[in-house]
Design a protein around this ligand. Structure first.
Ligand code: ZN
Length: 264
């Protein structure tokens, strides 16, 4: 995910440096200034400047938990608020939508975003182009794709756990998003978290396991210690859950850095 984020932003920088006429999404800093301009325009009695008319015809401001947000102008106040997404938050908004749509393409993502966030089409396309998994899918060659050992044949034999960092746009006390994916069905569960401590992750994960059933193998592509910590906490919450042994060093599985355990 980190590589995806870095690649996404470096591709965006490249795009906007080559296409000077394209309007780059506003940064947090720019949004503060524009918010003030919109407020001033709304308060202006009598004749407004062209700039003020322009802003008021496109945008509005709403107060969410004492934070001013710029939204697209609505036809009525009860219509959905479509947030203008700041540049720094683009990845965090796009990532969960992309993942929960099963690495959905541009149209799928635009449809999912439509009623909540405004993000320019080119940004969504850049996001997808920067995704290694989508890139692989695009270059799919059936003859090369024989990797049966990491495809689960049974439900809940394997589950992938990860965290998405929302510290730059936390919602109240929630700063992280737990992302758990069952490997066979690719079914995804998302849970907001206040911290990324193994204890808090394990507590939420346990609720998911009580609904879906625990996987025999819990894995995270990048961080073995993260999974170790979660399993230690899970065993405290559910003492009958037994950690058996580390994943055998099958070269194709080894890299997935898994831990295997089972419920007795
Ligand atoms: Zn993708």
């Amino acid at each position: 995910m980190q590589n995806h984020k870095e690649l996404f932003y470096s591709n965006l920088v490249e795009y906007y440096s080559k296409n000077k006429e394209a309007r780059k999404p506003w940064t947090h800093e720019e949004m503060k200034k524009i918010s003030n301009e919109i407020i001033e325009a709304k308060l202006t009695v009598g004749s407004k400047t062209n700039r003020q008319y322009h802003l008021l015809s496109l945008y509005d401001i709403i107060d969410i938990k004492e934070k001013l947000m710029i939204i697209k102008k609505r036809l009525a106040d009860d219509k959905n608020a479509v947030y203008i997404t700041p540049y720094e938050d683009l990845f965090e908004v796009l990532y969960p939508i992309h993942i929960s749509a099963g690495h959905g393409g541009r149209d799928k993502m635009m449809f999912a975003l439509k009623t909540k966030h405004y993000i320019p089409r080119i940004v969504i396309e850049t996001f997808i182009q920067s995704c290694a998994i989508c890139h692989k899918k695009k270059n799919f060659r059936p003859v090369n794709l024989v990797n049966k050992s990491i495809t689960s044949k049974e439900f809940s034999s394997r589950g992938q756990v990860g965290l998405i960092d929302y510290q730059s746009m936390q919602d109240g006390q929630y700063k992280w998003l737990l992302n758990y994916q069952e490997d066979l069905t690719k079914f995804i569960c998302l849970r907001p978290l206040k911290s990324k401590t193994p204890a808090e992750v394990a507590k939420e994960l346990l609720k998911i396991f009580l609904e879906l059933g625990p996987p025999s193998i819990l894995q995270n592509d990048n961080d073995r210690e993260f999974v170790d910590g979660i399993i230690m906490e899970l065993v405290k919450l559910w003492p009958d859950l037994k950690h058996i042994h580390e994943q055998p060093l099958d070269p194709q599985i080894q890299k997935l850095r898994s831990k295997k355990y089972q419920c007795t």
